[in-house]
Design a protein around this ligand. Structure first.
Ligand SMILES: [Zn+2]
Length: 80
């Protein structure tokens, strides 16, 4: 079973738990993107977004890791 399937299952589980309409939820782009794009594509978009982010710049500086991201962009990179 792929991670993508796990994410899909988790989304369904969450939707049931919160009473969201799964159909509406899945019609919206973040989940569709999550299903369609692989992690590399998501990361690429996120790194482009994060270029102008001061928090990301700070995270890179502090960690010495030039791929470091602030919490917000890290979450985005993970598909949230
Ligand atoms: Zn950032």
């Amino acid at each position: 079973m792929s991670k993508r399937d796990d994410a899909r299952k988790a989304a369904h589980k969450l939707a049931r738990k919160t009473g969201w309409s799964v159909d509406d939820f899945e019609a919206k782009s973040p989940i569709e993107k999550l299903q369609e794009l692989d992690a590399k594509d998501r990361s690429k978009d996120t790194y482009e977004d994060s270029e102008a982010c001061a928090e990301c710049a700070k995270a890179r500086e502090e960690s010495g890791d030039e791929t470091a991201l602030c919490q917000e962009h890290l979450a985005a990179a993970m598909g949230f």
